[in-house]
Design a protein around this ligand. Structure first.
Ligand code: ADP
Ligand code: MG
Ligand code: MG
Length: 885
């Protein structure tokens, strides 16, 4: 198997492994692909991800085969470029770039201008005729190499650079002349020698292998690990290494570098979008060292900027770029995010990948591209990440609310957020743990800030463009972000900041509008999201392609209405106990629980009956004939118990008994392990009058609403925590009896189903038996996960983090179904249930019903529907369609 794949020049690109991202990484695979369709790509080669895994596993040593293959591949570049690595007369320079399977922005390190030393720098100067350029490249190389490979603090170089500029009265890096840079190189080398006690490596082979090792090892750097954890990236993928001939954007006024998107990644609009800098190299644009210029004239004019756009300053190179954009979109059939460099008027492509985009842009692009005939409906459905819809389903700033705008920055990532100002990532994390909404405010962000960005509701930076680290990461995380707000100045010593002429402190509340780039003082009112337009179109397509139904978990009419707006086709889980907590009812509930006997319980239940009936009637009306699964009382009774003395006293007054008596009764009811105690159907078995009251309320409400001329109501009555057929049989008989009583009293009938939750391992195993009594199963995967794993949902927080980090659980099993384990129980119960009752209805109502990976599994085992919380309904609709395709 090849360890190294050459690209560009006369390379063949015909081994399918070379285009396989799992082998050559995203960057390498796309460089080969671009070269193969004839785009101008500087020649280079890719070392496979397999080699990096081998290197990390085998004690960080290179194999002889790898050494030989790399030597051959270097020869390939040398042939293509006509220069030799380390040749003092006319040196080849290369970049050494990391590239994992998926893009990990800013996570892995890249070294540019490798191959420079005291001798080759002279050759580069002589041959290019640009002395300044050669020395600038050399000082950049020392800085990057020392930082990435030798571990020398990059701030030391920054400092030296700042002093060099100050001494000479310069503002910008570009004012430094060749001789200044030459002096700076000497200083840089001295810094390295001081920090490392050995000179900066002059041997180009040593440089090359040092850089390759550093890229391999960067896979295991802390910040890469954090990113992997946040993004569910397995730790055994490793990274490829790309070694590529350098092209130079820093060779003067006809050279430039830039990043671009073939469409607007924020709005999805079909317009070239990007940033570029004249006479600059690689990372200058992203790092926000100089403020980048607009790519197109239209953008520049819209922004009222004065520096010329690339379209105006370099029309030929821009025309070539536009041609490449079109080729790339036709080829990849998706929006591309590219890096390019212009060397003395000639365009070179350095990277392309499917561009990250906001949810709004993803929707618009998917819908537009279908209209353009670029992709079909199915592809459009698969294009949009269901979880990203979340960004669109949440409130945005009310356009009519008063806004105290302090300043404007760049609209780097849309959405609105209010929160307390925090000035560093650790504080952001700390405060967020205390449940405080925070806005992270930084001069600019770096990969070290990732955990704080994740903890924050929004991100504000004083520097950096639309493609800065902050902007890219925020868009990826779905956090609103305003970047490059130059009116913001931060004083870390006093923990204050100044925005324009206003002085603010850490802890003051700020609101960001990431779509407008606005920074506002205080909190600003928000409005509900829009469900029409592209969103509606995509949802319509999703509904056409999905097999499973999508219901909602809801118990209030308001939740029901929200869920219906989001497209819910019924209620999969209505938790009746939620209705018990209302102020007017809790005392009746408590009276019932603490009653000494059945008569006492019945008296209290009589008070609850009309209340429950009213609730159900309203829900049935709201759901207008859609199926409603109502679960009878489930939680352990202690959840309703009074705890404070005043509560006992008040209840004692009401019931005309002593508070002490009630307290004694309460302590009799105490349970050591309530989640495995007196709850669920066990309550129905021991206190049948509770379930009788609830069944009666359901049937009376159903008769009432159906009789009103509304859509006929077909309640689905669900018995929780069943473990055996007999349990369900007893309660099914009870429900049927109550139904007949109500129908006789009302002189009317409604259809109804009795079914059960499958949420205990025994229930899953006995599903074939239980199905004799159940018209439907609903998988209660929260409890099923808890009972199958023997992990308490409420206490798992203490160890879940380390368990996920150590790979014991791939993901939090309460968020994403443990398909390997708990999934087997679901599959088995579905099979056994169907074997007994062919038309048994199967659904899922745990949190997992709104998780795309779990939904894909539900499709696989052929469930009839999933049920998710109201805001997750659209996510579930899209995920169900993706699962069906
Ligand atoms: P990242 O993944 O962080 O973007 P890259 O490997 O893409 O890292 O490189 C960092 C920067 O250096 C980018 O701007 C890229 O375009 C530039 N660059 C990489 N290789 C070369 C090269 N051979 N010639 C010129 N610029 C390069
Ligand atoms: Mg890149
Ligand atoms: Mg349960």
């Amino acid at each position: 198997m090849q360890t190294v794949y050459p690209f560009g020049g006369d390379a063949r690109h015909d081994d399918p492994r070379q285009r396989d991202k799992t082998v050559t990484g995203g960057k390498g695979a796309n460089l080969a692909e671009m070269a193969s369709i004839g785009l101008p790509v500087p020649p280079g080669f890719t070392i496979t991800t397999e080699e990096s895994v081998r290197y990390l596993n085998e004690g960080e040593a290179f194999s002889d085969k790898l050494r030989a293959d790399v030597a051959n591949a270097i020869a390939h570049i040398e042939r293509a470029v006509g220069k030799r690595l380390g040749d003092a007369g006319d040196p080849l320079l290369v970049s050494v770039r990391s590239g994992a399977r998926v893009s990990m922005p800013g996570m892995m390190d890249t070294v540019l201008n490798l191959g420079l030393n005291d001798a080759t720098v002279e050759g580069l100067a002589a041959n290019s005729g640009h002395k300044r350029f050669a020395w600038d490249s050399y000082r950049r190389f020392i800085q990057m190499y020392s930082d990435v490979v030798l571990g020398v603090e990059h701030g030391l170089f920054e400092e030296a650079l700042e002093i060099a500029k100050e001494d000479r009265g310069y503002f910008s890096d570009t004012e430094l002349e060749a001789k200044d840079l030459q002096a700076l190189v000497a200083e840089y080398k001295a810094i390295v020698e001081r920090e490392r006690s050995e000179p900066f490596p002059q041997d180009v082979q040593e440089q090359l292998w040092g850089a390759i090792a550093a890229v391999f090892e960067s896979w295991d750097a802390d910040r890469a690990k954090v990113y992997r954890r946040l993004n569910d990236i397995p730790s055994d993928w490793g990274t490829a290494v790309n070694v590529q001939a350098m092209v130079f954007g820093n060779m003067g006024e006809t050279s430039a570098t830039g990043v671009a998107f073939t469409r607007d990644p924020s709005t999805g609009e079909r317009a070239y979008y990007g940033e570029w800098l004249v006479n600059a190299q690689g990372e200058d644009v992203v790092a926000g060292i100089r403020t980048p210029q607009y790519l197109t004239r239209a953008r520049r004019e819209a922004a009222g900027a004065t520096l010329p756009s690339m379209e105006e300053a370099m029309p030929d190179a821009f025309a070539e770029l536009a041609r490449v954009f079109d080729l790339l979109e036709t080829h990849y059939k998706d929006m591309q995010d590219i890096e390019f460099t212009v060397q003395e008027g000639t365009l070179w492509m350095l990277q392309t990948r499917n561009g990250k985009r906001t949810a709004k842009a993803a929707l618009k692009m998917a819908v537009d591209m279908v209209a353009e005939g670029l992709i079909d409906e199915e592809t459009a459905i698969l294009r949009v990440d269901p979880m990203a819809l979340d960004q669109l389903l949440h409130p945005t700033l009310d356009p009519d609310a008063a806004r105290d705008v302090l300043a404007k920055g760049l609209p780097a990532s849309p959405g609105a957020a209010s929160g307390k100002i925090v000035l560093d990532a650790d504080t952001a994390e700390l405060w967020a743990k205390r449940e405080e909404a925070v806005i992270l405010v930084r001069v600019e962000t770096s990969p070290e800030d990732i955990h704080g960005m994740h903890a924050a509701k929004g991100i504000l930076t004083a520097r950096g463009g639309m493609t800065s680290h902050a902007a890219v990461v925020a868009r990826g995380m779905g956090r609103p972000c305003v970047s490059g707000a130059s009116a913001v100045s931060i004083n870390l010593a006093t923990r204050t900041l100044r925005i324009g002429d206003r002085e603010l402190q850490e802890g003051d509340v700020l609101t960001l509008d990431g779509a407008a780039g606005e920074i506002m003082a205080g909190r600003v009112a928000t409005i509900e999201p829009q469900m029409e337009g592209d969103f509606g179109t995509l949802m319509e397509w999703a509904d056409r392609h999905r097999r499973m139904g999508v219901r909602t978990n809801a118990e209030t009419p308001e939740d029901c209405r929200t869920a219906r707006q989001f497209g819910a086709e019924g209620i999969g889980l209505c938790r009746t106990e939620h209705m018990f907590f209302d102020a007017g009812r809790i005392s009746a509930v408590r009276a019932m629980i603490l009653a000494d006997d059945e008569a006492g319980r019945r008296a209290a239940l009589d008070r609850l009956l009309p209340e429950q009936r009213g609730d159900f009637a309203e829900i049935f009306r709201t759901m207008a004939g859609l199926p409603c699964t109502i679960r009878l009382l489930d939680p352990p009774l202690h959840e309703f118990m009074p705890t404070r003395d005043e509560e006992f006293d008040a209840l004692a007054d009401e019931l005309n008994v002593s508070a002490d008596h009630l307290k004694r009764r309460a302590s009799e009811l105490h349970e050591f392990n309530p989640m495995l105690g007196h709850r669920g159907c066990r309550l129905g078995i021991t206190f049948p009058e509770i379930y009788e009251m609830q069944a009666r309320a359901i049937f009376e409400a159903a008769c009432e609403v159906t009789g009103d001329g509304g859509e006929p109501v077909v309640p689905e009555i669900m018995i929780p925590l069943v473990a055996s057929r007999r349990e369900l049989e007893i309660l099914r008989v009870l429900v049927d009896r109550v139904a007949e009583e109500v129908f006789a009293e009302r002189g009317a009938r409604v259809d109804y189903l009795v079914g059960t939750m499958i949420e205990l391992p025994r229930a899953a195993l006995m599903a074939g038996e239980i199905a004799n009594e159940a018209r439907f199963f609903s998988f209660g995967t929260n409890d099923l996960t808890q009972t199958a794993l023997g992990v308490s949902r409420d206490d798992a927080g203490r160890f879940l983090g380390p368990y996920v980090e150590k790979g014991i659980y791939a993901r939090d099993p309460f968020v994403s179904l443990d398909i390997d384990g708990v999934g087997q129980l679901v599959e088995l119960a579905a099979e056994r249930g169907r074997a007994t009752r062919g038309d048994i209805k199967l659904g899922i109502c745990g949190e997992h019903g709104g998780d795309p990976q779990s939904i894909a599994f539900c499709e696989e085992v052929g469930l009839d529907y999933v049920s998710a919380s109201p805001y997750r309904v659209p996510i579930a609709r899209l995920a169900a369609a993706q699962a069906a395709l």
